[in-house]
Design a protein. Structure first.
Length: 70
């Protein structure tokens, strides 16, 4: 089974929710109470603010590293 996450505009939320609930899928679930806590948002924003170019690696280099792991 696969999971899908979508982001919808606030003004379209009820419309999308109704469509999802109307699907003939017994396992369709809507997680309406998911929220990232403010403390966690602050930590992430602080990390982004303090990030340095040398802390990052390219996607190609990451792929090479992952390919080397067996």
């Amino acid at each position: 089974m696969k999971n899908i996450t979508i982001t919808v505009p606030d003004e379209k939320y009820e419309e999308y929710l109704a469509r999802i609930k109307g699907l003939d899928m017994p396992d369709a679930a809507v997680n309406e109470d998911f929220e990232v806590p403010e403390w966690q948002q602050k930590i992430v924003l602080e990390r982004v603010k303090n990030a340095k170019e040398e802390d990052f690696i390219s996607l190609e280099d990451l792929q090479k590293e992952l390919d080397g792991i067996e």
